[in-house]
Design a protein around this ligand. Structure first.
Ligand SMILES: Nc1ncnc2c1ncn2[C@@H]1O[C@H](COP(=O)(O)OP(=O)(O)OP(=O)(O)O)[C@@H](O)[C@H]1O
Length: 255
């Protein structure tokens, strides 16, 4: 049997003397589509850094595909799309296709010329996120949501097994959030890409995800989407310390 893609066991994490995460245990298995939701300052970015092996836990263990995360040797298996990816202004001098091909730089070196095969791979990745008609456009002229799709294509070009997305719906209009989730669900289903996304916005949780984890220093809830639906707004409020209201985005929203 495959090792879990992410296996976090009894993790505690402190910055200096400040405890940020406590008693975290979380498993992400092949094929999951997990959304980790938590308010600002709840430890989401810290948890992502632990998952990527960029930070080491104060206690407990973090494994990626069965290997200790900080020693993990198959970086290309994981595509990471950071929160600040979609922040290009209109004067940034790169086309969408160039941005996607830059995802190969890690593997091939920054100054190598791109081949016809690289261009083909980039077009395929753009097709997967429905952005191929924009290939020759300047990245800075796209909307936040379109830029976010391009950055997902940039991660897809190296054929990852798992995508980790930090606040992917920031900068996307509310009415486009569901089609964005549909696109992620399609990658999850058709390309078998395991998805982990982190968001502060309970409103953007979609019926497309398979699992939800509620984080605020510790994990208050981890379960399948249907169980999350049954959690009351009052319960969420007690975990997050402020008013929370779940708004569900379903495919019916589009009709
Ligand atoms: N390098 C650091 N040194 C000390 N404290 C830090 C450091 N990075 C983050 N923190 C603190 O750790 C806590 C969790 O921060 P983190 O960035 O992980 O939360 P977050 O949920 O991602 O927040 P946001 O949604 O605002 O980005 C915060 O109180 C933050 O101030």
């Amino acid at each position: 049997m495959d090792a879990p893609y992410i296996d976090i066991e009894d993790v505690n994490f402190h910055y200096e003397h400040t405890s940020v995460l406590r008693d975290i245990s979380l498993i992400v298995s092949k094929g999951d589509f997990l959304s980790i939701i938590g308010p600002n300052g709840s430890g989401k970015s810290t948890l992502i850094k632990l998952m990527l092996g960029l930070l080491r836990p104060t206690s407990g263990s973090v494994k990626l595909f069965g290997e200790p995360a900080h020693k993990f040797s198959h970086r290309e298996w994981i595509g990471y799309v950071s929160q600040k990816s979609n922040a290009f202004n209109t004067s940034f001098p790169a086309t969408v296709l160039e941005v996607v091909m830059s995802g190969l730089a890690k593997k091939r070196g920054l100054f190598r010329k791109y081949s016809a095969e690289d261009r083909h791979g980039a077009m395929e990745a753009l097709k997967a996120v429905d952005m191929d008609p924009y290939a020759s456009r300047n990245i800075g002229n796209l909307s936040g949501g379109q830029q976010q799709r391009v950055f997902i294509a940039r991660a897809l070009i190296s054929h990852p097994k798992m995508l980790i997305l930090d606040e992917p719906t920031v900068g996307i209009d509310r009415q486009h959030v569901q089609s964005f989730y549909d696109m992620l669900a399609q990658l999850n289903r058709d390309r078998q890409i395991t998805m982990v996304l982190v968001t502060h916005d309970v409103d953007t949780v979609s019926d497309r995800i398979s699992h939800v984890a509620c984080l605020n220093q510790t994990i208050h809830f981890h379960g399948v989407g249907k169980e999350f639906d049954r959690i009351s707004d009052n319960q969420l409020q007690s975990w997050y310390g402020h008013s929370v209201r779940k708004v569900h985005h379903t495919t019916e929203d589009l009709s």
